[in-house]
Design a protein around this ligand. Structure first.
Ligand code: NAD
Length: 278
């Protein structure tokens, strides 16, 4: 199983599909990540706030997989943007993960009411220079937030990890990011199960046409749109299903009919609005 890699704007590359561990309970994480690594996943997306970095680290250590074959992302939580806190926070994350450096470190939310995300991103630039992370990026940033970090630090984030699925496509953010060489990572790629994507005709019909599940059709849509995905599951059969998306290709018409599912009124959002998280 070869998972395609995408190049980032800093010259490093990232496996386009990985495994996200949001809401994987701490005491289940080592087993779940070990299973994912055994199945063939090499890219793991975690965060300090998920409370399961130790489990990710234990699975990495037990796997015996060479460090340079893995791509590990973690994220700076909202209450640690200020002063030298990002340095302390990544130190704690690395300790829990048992790593010298992560591959990607993200500012988890912009928390705009506190107006400290530019400072936080500037600190991430220093962490990258210190070798504690190879690449740096942001998450849940809207266009005004992206504009400010680029203008005020002179560095363009490698990725912006945002809620994105067929019912909520954030086209304004995707277009701005794409124009500026920022890769989009789709969180909640399957709508977190809160939105009935799988019964939607455009998805169900594309899945039937290729003999795959609706989840596989949705993941394939992300990949063909150029997005990075890391669907979450704790079940081995679903981990396998979600990785088995490289043996078929949606037609342009199928991609276009899934593109057309976002009503553009914001109603498809399943998570919090970035302006409201502070
Ligand atoms: P997701 O869309 O991946 O949905 C996960 C849900 O879908 C789970 O409940 C799972 O049971 C179900 N599912 C998984 N595979 C399935 C399949 N093949 N068929 C049917 N159902 C299936 O949502 P998510 O976990 O929120 O997002 C993925 C990852 O994105 C997270 O684990 C995390 O790493 C990241 N994330 C980041 C942020 C952020 O603020 N940056 C927020 C949420 C999630």
């Amino acid at each position: 199983m070869t998972i395609p890699a995408l190049e980032l704007n800093d010259g490093h590359s990232i496996p386009q599909l990985g495994y996200g561990v949001f809401k994987v309970p701490a005491d289940e994480t080592e087993r779940a990540v070990s299973e994912a690594l055994e199945i063939g996943y090499r890219h793991i997306d975690t965060a300090a706030i998920y409370g399961n970095e130790e489990g990710v680290g234990a699975a990495i250590a037990a796997s015996g997989i060479a460090r340079d074959e893995l791509f590990i992302t973690t994220k700076l939580w909202n209450d640690r943007h200020h002063d030298e806190q990002p340095r302390a926070a990544i130190g704690e994350s690395l300790e829990k993960l048992g790593l010298d450096a992560v591959d990607l470190y993200l500012v988890h939310w912009p928390t705009p009411a506190k107006d400290d995300y530019v400072h936080a991103f500037a600190k991430l630039i220093e962490l990258r220079e210190a070798g504690l992370t190879r690449s740096i990026g942001v998450s849940n940033f809207l266009v005004p937030h992206l504009e400010r970090v680029v203008a005020e630090t002179g560095v363009t984030p490698a990725v912006n990890q945002i809620e994105l699925h067929p019912a909520y496509q954030q086209r304004d953010v995707v277009d701005w990011a794409t124009e500026h060489g920022i890769r989009i990572e789709s969180w909640g790629p399957l709508g977190q199960g809160k939105y009935d994507l799988f019964g939607t005709p455009a998805i169900a019909e594309a899945a039937a046409a290729h003999g795959v599940t609706p989840a596989q059709a949705v993941l394939r849509w992300h990949l063909q749109r150029g997005f990075i995905v890391f669907p979450k599951s704790v079940r081995a059969e679903r981990l396998r299903e979600n990785l088995d998306v490289f043996g078929f290709e949606l037609t342009d018409a199928e991609v276009a009919s899934i593109d057309a599912l976002d009503p553009l009124d914001g109603s498809g959002r399943v998570g919090a609005h970035p302006d409201d998280v502070n």
